[in-house]
Design a protein around this ligand. Structure first.
Ligand code: ADP
Ligand code: MG
Length: 462
């Protein structure tokens, strides 16, 4: 097995400290917003800083996966603002910082792990992104079959061009092809962005001969996210020559893109025509069945890793599959989040709990206001809104009022003083008292628990 590794510049490992982590953190808060920042990014630490990459510390595997799948590219962009030479992030899991170790999934200590999804880091093949782990459904069947075909009969089609929206498994498929073919061939696996980065570096260092040599050595050339070359003339020129050289010596070329070749605007026509000269297949968003199959696989993987089942009811799985917006990366992220919260709450989650946990993803435009909670709660308990907000303290009014305060705390991001103000200018200590009272009652008052669940349902679906 021979693989080409991308080490044109060996100086890249030199450590050069530039980043002021406090400043970077503040800029994270600004550009991600305080909610994402405080939930996910605040606890990231700077472990090591190199000239071309940084090692960041996170508390758990779950945090790493979540941050990687959703925020990695943006974090990288933020870092580049302070240090342009950074082109890669690695995460290190540092569980010793965790106060409540058992609350999260990732209590196992992992070594430094590269970001899988970052478009900048594709010079290595990831062993897990193989054919075996690729779940096949209607939407990706053709992509899967043509990828397999290439592996058994090289040059059946050249190039193989796979396109589809974000998070649908293109990189996974390309990686799987790379893994399979690297058993017997020289495989080059690179993202178009990384290709550009090497290209620019070689120009700067006057090493274009090496560059050409390096890339045209491969028998199998896999390039991910080719749409990145749009509008970049110099890069297109170089890509065109690389492509032709490889093609002429019958190297297998495999390309992925977020759109069809003819939709690649600001790309030279001659390149488009080369790209569509072999087999072009698309991957469509997964249907419900495929989403279910992928969730089942996640559950299996979880069982294998943690030797226990994630406590998920069938209705929860169905809810996730039904509401996921058809992006597999997000689907997996959602699954991880629900499992992690289930562990934290130490009880099986129901669909209502999921709606709350996932409200920022699934209901991004549905806002739950305190007004809405007050209206729904008062009519649920058959009292008027003004009675609920009045100073009267009789039990038939006080209890619904406390429930409404409790729900305002649980279902909105409002602070205690803000909630107090909305309840006829009550003090925040009154709100704390209400929340604690209801929490305590919920532990053994079945009737109240049933009512609160029903209310949540009404509020969330309103
Ligand atoms: P893309 O490159 O199209 O944006 P990826 O290949 O990075 O998408 O896939 C996103 C995530 O979803 C990865 O973790 C990948 O392993 C997973 N994934 C995508 N499609 C499948 C599938 N058919 N079976 C299993 N996992 C999948
Ligand atoms: Mg990709």
């Amino acid at each position: 097995m021979e693989k080409i590794s991308l080490k044109i510049n060996s100086k890249s490992a030199l450590e050069e400290k530039v980043l002021d982590w406090d400043v970077v953190q503040r800029s994270f808060e600004k550009s991600f917003g305080s909610e994402i920042y405080s939930s996910w990014l605040r606890n990231i630490s700077l472990v090591k800083e190199y000239n071309d990459h940084v090692v960041l510390g996170v508390k758990t595997r779950f945090f790493r996966d979540w941050i990687t799948s959703r925020y990695a590219d943006k974090i990288l962009n933020e870092l580049k603002k302070y240090k342009l030479s950074i082109n890669r992030i690695e995460f290190k899991i540092e569980p010793e910082n965790i106060k409540n170790k058992n609350l999260f999934l990732g209590t196992k200590i992992n070594k430094i792990t590269d970001i899988k999804e970052s478009v900048l880091n594709y010079n290595r093949l990831h062993p897990k992104l193989n054919f075996e782990n690729f779940i096949v459904g209607k939407s990706n069947n053709l992509g899967f079959l043509s990828a397999k075909k290439i592996c058994s009969h090289l040059s059946s089609y050249n190039p193989l061009f796979i396109y589809g929206g974000v998070g649908l498994g293109k990189t996974h498929l390309l990686n799987a092809i790379g893994l399979e073919l690297s058993k017997d061939h020289k495989v080059m696996f690179i993202s178009a962005e990384r290709f550009m980065y090497q290209f620019i570096k070689s120009i700067k260092k006057n090493e274009m001969v090496n560059f050409k040599d390096f890339f045209t050595k491969a028998n199998v050339f896999i390039i991910d996210d080719i749409q990145f070359i749009r509008g970049k003339e110099g890069l297109q020129e170089e890509f065109f020559h690389t492509f032709n050289t490889l093609f002429d010596k019958s190297s297998q070329i495999i390309i992925s893109s977020d759109r069809a070749p003819n939709k690649l605007d600001r790309v030279q026509d001659r390149i488009k025509s080369r790209l569509s000269g072999g087999l072009v297949v698309d991957i469509a968003p997964p249907d419900y069945d495929l989403k279910l199959k992928i969730l089942e696989k996640q559950i299996q993987d979880y069982q294998t890793s943690f030797k226990e089942s994630p406590d998920l009811q069938e209705e929860v799985i169905n809810y996730i599959a039904k509401n996921s917006n058809s992006n597999i990366r997000e689907l997996i992220g959602v699954f991880n989040r629900v499992v992690a919260f289930g562990k934290m709450s130490r009880k099986p989650l129901n669909v209502n709990d999921c709606k709350i946990i996932l409200r920022d993803i699934y209901n991004s435009n549905k806002i739950i206001t305190i007004d809405k909670i007050q209206n729904i709660t008062s009519s649920f308990f058959s009292i008027t809104l003004s009675d609920m907000l009045s100073p009267r303290r009789s039990r038939p009014l006080a209890r619904p009022r406390q429930v409404a305060m409790y729900l305002a705390k649980k279902l909105t991001p409002r602070s205690l003083p803000e909630i107090g103000r909305k309840f006829s200018n009550r003090d925040h200590t009154t709100v704390i008292h209400a929340v604690k009272t209801i929490e305590k009652l919920l532990e053994n008052n079945d009737e109240l628990r049933k009512n609160v669940e029903e209310l949540k349902s009404l509020i969330l679906s309103d």
